[in-house]
Write a protein that binds this ligand. Structure first.
Ligand SMILES: Cc1cc2nc3c(=O)[nH]c(=O)nc-3n(C[C@H](O)[C@H](O)[C@H](O)COP(=O)(O)OP(=O)(O)OC[C@H]3O[C@@H](n4cnc5c(N)ncnc54)[C@H](O)[C@@H]3O)c2cc1C
Length: 157
């Protein structure tokens, strides 16, 4: 259930990237095993492959810095929304840094006439629906949509 050795993992590069990230993000960079395992895929039959660290950006600049640092050291990054994917997508088989986007949770624009909206990546379905309720709109899971997002006009009650 714990970290498994991953092909292509470069411990020296990971250490260097984590040192730079720690200097920038302080306690928003977490390396505890419990948190790393929570950010591997736990809703699937795939074995857990934890990242080397989890970082919590608060804005686009933070994300850019994380990606720049990791790219410079050739360390993988794995964006993390809420970890509900079912096919092992948030696993880190080659190690790397999980970017947990939960703190980027602002709804930026709602366009009721177009049935679309602009949100930061940490916005959850429930949070969006709380915001849309008064406009008679809701966002629902659509099993046939294959990941596409749709706003459905309907009774939000
Ligand atoms: C009980 C259950 C029922 C479900 N029913 C349905 C259903 O009916 N229809 C359906 O379509 N799905 C369904 N799913 C699948 C699930 O809803 C989707 O996988 C979910 O939308 C993934 O969102 P997440 O934020 O949890 O992503 P995560 O699991 O955190 O990530 C999924 C993948 O997307 C990447 N990612 C996450 N955020 C970003 C980002 N901001 N930018 C780039 N990449 C990113 C991750 O790195 C990972 O590869 C169901 C899941 C469960 C557990």
């Amino acid at each position: 259930m714990l970290d498994r050795p991953a092909k292509g993992r470069n411990p020296g590069a990971v250490s260097a990237a984590l040192a730079e990230l720690a200097a920038l993000f302080g306690n928003r960079l977490v390396t505890s095993l419990a948190v790393r395992e929570q950010h591997a895929n736990i809703t699937t039959w795939h074995p857990v492959a934890a990242p080397d660290a989890v970082v919590f950006p608060q804005n686009t600049n933070d994300v850019q810095e994380i990606v720049r640092i990791c790219a410079r050291h050739c360390v993988p990054v794995i964006p993390f929304g809420t970890g509900t994917s079912l096919e092992g997508h948030t696993n880190a088989p080659f190690g790397g840094v999980s970017i947990d986007l939960k703190d980027m949770n602002r709804i930026l624009e709602v366009h009721p006439e177009d049935f679309d909206c602009v949100v930061q990546p940490g916005v959850t379905r429930k949070r969006l629906n709380d915001e849309l309720r008064d406009q008679g709109l809701f966002f629902t899971v659509d099993p046939g949509a294959d990941g596409e997002l749709w706003l459905i006009l309907g009774d939000a009650a």
